[in-house]
Ligand binder design. Structure first.
Ligand SMILES: NC(=O)C1=CN([C@@H]2O[C@H](COP(=O)(O)OP(=O)(O)OC[C@H]3O[C@@H](n4cnc5c(N)ncnc54)[C@H](OP(=O)(O)O)[C@@H]3O)[C@@H](O)[C@H]2O)C=CC1
Ligand SMILES: O=CC(=O)O
Length: 313
């Protein structure tokens, strides 16, 4: 009789533990984007276990209810679903494959959702590793910056396992205003790089326009008003224009990440022989900006490089 009781008690505890695990969501990477996204998930009632390479960045999340995992592996062990938001391909790979990384605890049924902006190769390597251990993988890079992340207004570009996409919709509903499922792994990465290639090229054209207007004796604020009323009005010019003309480059989207995206988009074009001279020139300007020590500022700081080119000519 006692044996049956003990068995039933243990079974109930296991079921409770399983339920608990199912509700826990892991979050790796609490930079500008990750912090805002994790905060939204917590505020909407998800139980979050967070990890960041610089562990002190977890403190603010702990204050609003998060638990800290000591390593990426510890987070995955505890949670059925883990979301990552990391700087670049090398960070995304390191968090999965290094000692104490994600892969050590991926077993059947675990879901890994990488929302970092990376290239197809990186995403495919991660996908193969996770799925070969019975886990499920989704890439889900986002369009939208710090403010859309804070407001839960990102555009989510998901690709990979459709079933995991369906399961992740409650997270995406909190994080974004719209999510797309784009098919096989790689399509999310490709779409995100196309979008950011266009954005980086536009930022350069905009910077050149601001310089040309200024050197032509025109008022920059009037230029912004004219642009905003015409066919090329857009939220980026409207948001960044006023701060750029005040030389304020407080980072929302760090310039080093925009340059990484230009580089990866050019490689994407290179592989399929798509010629992109405008994007290539924009990439050079972002590289120049990095060499001027502007990499941690907002990507709109490329305006300083465009101004600098006039001084040196
Ligand atoms: N900011 C934006 O507007 C947008 C950014 N993105 C993309 O989202 C991703 C994150 O961007 P964002 O939050 O702005 O970037 P941040 O630079 O603010 O944060 C980067 C994060 O990656 C971590 N990291 C960097 N290198 C490593 C490593 N080797 N191992 C482990 N962790 C590492 C950082 O940890 P630590 O704190 O220790 O440095 C930090 O948590 C990037 O891929 C970016 O391109 C996409 C849309 C918009
Ligand atoms: O990746 C950057 C963004 O603003 O989107």
């Amino acid at each position: 009789m006692d044996t049956i009781k003990t068995y039933n008690k243990r079974k109930k505890e296991e079921e409770e533990e399983e339920e608990e695990t199912a509700m826990e969501v892991g979050f790796l990477g609490l930079g500008i984007m990750g912090k805002a996204m994790a905060t939204n998930l917590l505020r909407k009632g998800f139980k979050l276990t967070v990890w960041n390479r610089t562990l002190s960045k977890c403190d603010e999340l702990v204050e609003i209810g998060a638990t800290v995992g000591a390593t990426p592996a510890a987070v995955v062990k505890k949670c059925k679903y883990t979301i990552a938001m990391l700087s670049d391909p090398s960070a995304a790979l390191s968090v999965v494959f290094d000692t104490d990384g994600v892969l050590e605890q991926v077993v059947s049924g675990k879901g890994y959702i990488d929302m970092s902006t990376v290239d197809v190769d990186t995403s495919s390597k991660i996908s193969e590793a996770i799925t070969s251990r019975g886990g499920h993988f989704l890439e889900a890079p986002v369009s939208g910056s710090k403010k859309p992340a804070e407001d839960g207004q990102l555009v989510i570009l998901a690709a990979g396992e459709k079933a995991l996409y369906e399961e992740a919709i409650p997270f995406f509903d909190v994080l974004g205003k719209k999510s797309f499922f784009l098919g096989q792994v790689g399509n999310g990465a490709k779409m995100k790089l196309v979008v950011n290639m266009i954005m980086g090229s536009m930022m350069n054209a905009f910077s050149e326009g601001l310089v040309l207007a200024d050197r032509s004796g025109l008022d920059s604020k009037t230029l912004l008003d004219v642009l905003d009323l015409g066919a090329i009005a857009n939220p980026m010019f409207k948001l960044k224009g006023p701060t750029m003309i005040q030389n304020n480059y407080s980072p929302a989207f760090p310039l080093k990440h925009q340059q990484k995206d230009m580089r990866l988009a050019l490689a994407q074009g290179d592989a399929i022989a798509v010629s992109m001279p405008v994007a290539a020139a924009a990439n050079e300007a972002f590289k120049k900006a990095r060499s001027m020590g502007l990499g941690d500022l907002d990507f709109s700081a490329v305006y300083e490089t465009v101004k600098h080119l006039q001084h040196s000519s």
